[in-house]
Ligand binder design. Structure first.
Ligand code: NOJ
Ligand code: CA
Length: 513
């Protein structure tokens, strides 16, 4: 049976919340679930109607919560399971949706499953993780391992940091000479899959609307084309279709053709993988720069292929940024960010806005690493709400904050941007309202690329209308021949239509009917 995505994805606009840094409600210096509940109005007023929240589960926080110790328990620093249930209902009562972060590939080394699997004696968790059969030998080629951590004669394969041992979903093509490489249908991998479904069932049953899935493409090992991992997710999808047909899945895969074949509703284009996403606004020579040093060609060449391969079966999602990269404002001026958001909010798929990007929050370069953040730390600082102490994030003393608030001269605040009609946030809210008034611009409208040079030109269409989007990142005005009749929306300058031509000012965008 083919999976059908729920209708709400057709106009979904997501807001990503890093719970540590959004809103503290109990003055301990760290964001929490009650704080998020208090700020839901802000997200709705921006125009977003869906939320993705980074992991909020019990963890020693060696990787900001991507190292889970108990999948079934909200980390006490964020609140309780009851608070999370309350967040789900608060979100739903506002007509919005919320997805949690599912980390299926690895746990914390402190997870009781891993502690049991370290034992030399056979037990129910012996095969829950990928272990080699020689604790003394160096890591097998292509793997990183933890060695010498217990008397079990083996090394535990890790997925990301060494504190994140890889759960055992088996090998697509086990090497017959390496007996420790289990096939996907061996009892160990089968039990891991069941355990994953139990976790999903628990939170979906409590009322969440689905999951963003961490490192979704790397669960099965020795699987270079992803065929094993695709088969695994298809099984999970059919479990969901039986029990939670309305639940959505978005993958951190970065290869939508594979992810959507695997049964995901949507996949992100990311700073890794083949998408060339960084060329647009996450590199030193971005396409969206006034001197147009960069190019969008590689991005759109890949995009067209991915769009062709996935059209009609799932969504390709664009992001403003996320908790794993420098913020867009690190590379683009305010005016350039407006153009990048024009693209984000006029492309197919469900857009994702990283908290604070809507006000152009700064990437705080050079901050000491926090919870495994390293260079990501500067993009994870507290949301800057207003001019009260700690920018309204927390009433704790400043030295107790999870990360420092940006108090540098000119540091932005949401409140002032909400009040000013010419702010970045107001621009984005306007673009969102416009998108929500035009089905052609939403997730499922068609796109036809006309030029991936300067300016960028594409049409978006649905049964009722065809719209043309022109984005001119260069500081020079562009004069183009055009047959379109009316200007519906402009960003950054007023385009003029005359005698079958349009003049698009430098660093501006226009949407025409
Ligand atoms: C991707 C997550 O987004 C990142 O923050 C994390 O460190 C790794 N996966 C490992 O789980
Ligand atoms: Ca708190």
């Amino acid at each position: 049976m083919e999976h059908t995505s729920p209708g709400w994805l057709s106009n979904a606009i997501f807001y990503e919340i890093y719970p540590q840094s959004f809103q503290d409600s109990n003055a301990d210096g760290i964001g929490d679930l009650q704080g998020i509940i208090r700020r839901l109005d802000y997200i709705r007023d921006l125009g977003c109607n869906a939320i993705w929240m980074n992991p909020c589960f019990d963890s020693p926080f060696g990787d900001a919560g991507y190292d889970i110790r108990d999948y079934y328990r909200v980390a006490p620093r964020y609140g309780s399971n009851e608070d999370l249930r309350e967040l789900f209902s608060a979100v739903h009562s506002m007509g919005m949706h919320i997805i949690l972060d599912l980390v299926p590939g690895h746990t914390s080394y402190q997870h009781p499953w891993f502690q049991a699997s370290m034992q030399a004696e056979e037990n129910p968790y012996t095969h829950r993780y990928v272990w080699t059969d020689n604790g003394f030998a160096p890591p097998p080629e292509g793997f990183q391992t933890l060695r010498g951590i217990s008397d079990r004669n083996g090394a535990a394969v890790v997925n990301f940091f060494s504190i994140q041992p890889a759960l055992n979903y088996g090998f697509f093509a086990p090497d017959p000479k390496e007996g420790w490489q289990q096939p996907m249908d061996a009892p160990g991998p089968t039990a891991t899959r069941q355990a994953l479904q139990d976790i999903m069932r628990f939170w979906l049953g409590m009322g969440c609307d689905g999951f963003r899935v961490d490192m979704a493409g790397s669960l099965v090992k020795n699987d270079p084309d992803g065929r094993g991992t695709i088969a695994l997710w298809r099984q999970i999808r059919s479990f969901m279709d039986m029990e939670f047909p309305e639940a959505v899945l978005v993958s951190e895969w970065g290869e939508p053709d594979k992810a959507i074949a695997a049964g995901f509703d949507m996949d992100f284009l990311l700073h890794f993988g083949p998408s060339h996403f960084t060329d647009l606004y996450h590199c030193e020579t971005p396409y969206f720069s006034e001197d147009t040093r960069g190019s969008a060609k590689a991005f759109f060449t890949k995009y067209r292929q991915l769009y062709h391969d996935t059209h009609g079966s799932g969504l390709i999602c664009m992001i403003s940024g996320n908790h794993d990269m420098e913020r867009m404002s690190h590379y683009l001026s305010d005016a350039e960010q407006r153009l990048a958001f024009t693209l984000l909010l006029t492309m197919p798929g469900a857009p994702f806005i990283y908290y604070g990007d809507e006000i152009g929050m700064r990437y705080q370069a050079g901050l000491p690493s926090k919870e495994g953040g390293f260079l990501r730390t500067g993009a994870r600082t507290p949301m800057q709400w207003d001019y009260t102490p700690n920018a309204g994030f927390s009433s704790a003393p400043p030295y107790d904050l999870y990360l420092p608030v940006d108090n540098s001269p000119g540091a932005v605040r949401a409140l002032t941007q909400q009040q000013a009609t010419d702010s970045l946030r107001s621009e984005i809210a306007g673009l969102i309202r416009f998108r929500q008034a035009h089905r052609a611009l939403q997730s499922l409208g068609d796109i036809t690329l006309i030029s991936d040079d300067v300016p960028l030109i594409y049409t978006r269409s649905c049964a009722e209308e065809v719209l043309t989007v022109i984005i001119n990142p260069s500081d020079r005005p562009q004069m183009l021949e055009i047959s379109r009749k009316s200007i519906l929306y402009t960003v950054g300058g007023s385009a003029e239509l005359r005698d079958g031509h349009i003049m698009v000012p430098g660093v501006s965008a226009v949407i025409l009917a």
